[in-house]
Ligand binder design. Structure first.
Ligand code: 2DT
Length: 211
């Protein structure tokens, strides 16, 4: 069973816009809660902070920012939550996070910024225990009820984002076919998340990203 000293897991969802991340995160959250686990859902960008509001207005095309400046704001938005994230994990809470540093790199690199430059400010953030990549072809994602009006919600841009995501896969990644049914995807996620939580409870150390 779970003992009080064991840490929670950092489980990150990544994927293109309309890949189904947000719905699957919600379902996984309910499932894990139902299993009696301490779990919270987070998302980046976290639009509730001062930095987050600057990001939100940029995404809504209400302000323009230099590509590197907005990249660093997205990163700062993770850094301002890092200590809280570590406290939660160390106190046994599992975090399910909708987007993280990989979005940061893939979206900025899709604008032509150098990948290593994009990764640098992320180094030292907490590395996820599990990254679930919901794999949907950009064309298929675009068909799903269409995009909204935010910046980045365009097919050609999403295609470049998809290419950059592929260069970021590491041992913590699980690629799930996002075109399967909602239930089939969720079934796989539950198994992956349950195994991940157990491994962390058994004492897998927290490590840092890209350092
Ligand atoms: P949502 O639609 O999921 O709120 O995302 N993005 C996100 C970046 O460009 N860099 C980042 O670091 C993060 C976390 C992806 C809003 C958009 O912001 C992009 C989509």
């Amino acid at each position: 069973g779970q003992h009080s000293s064991s840490r929670g897991s950092l489980i990150v969802f990544e994927g293109l816009d309309r890949s189904g991340k947000t719905s699957q995160c919600g379902k996984l959250l309910s499932y894990l809660k139902g299993e009696g686990l301490s779990v919270e859902a987070w998302r980046f960008p976290d639009r509730s902070t001062g930095v987050g509001q600057m990001i939100s207005s940029y995404l809504a095309n209400q302000s323009n920012l230099d590509d590197r400046a907005i990249h660093l704001l997205f990163s700062a938005n993770r850094w301002e939550k890092r200590a809280l994230m570590e406290n939660k994990l160390q106190s046994g809470i599992t975090l399910i996070v909708d987007r993280y540093s990989y979005s940061g790199v893939a979206f900025s690199a899709a604008k032509g910024l150098d990948i290593e430059w994009c990764k640098a400010p992320e180094a030292g953030l907490i590395a996820p225990d599990l990254v679930i990549y919901l794999d949907v072809l950009p064309e298929k994602a675009a068909e799903r009820g269409g995009y909204g009006t935010e910046r980045y919600e365009q097919l050609e841009f999403q295609k470049r984002v998809a290419e950059h995501y592929k260069t970021l896969h590491d041992d913590s990644w699980e690629v799930i076919d996002g075109c399967l049914s909602m239930e089939a995807v969720q079934q796989q996620l539950r198994e992956l998340a349950t195994n991940c939580v157990k491994t962390c409870q058994r004492g897998k150390p927290l490590v840092s990203l890209w350092s």
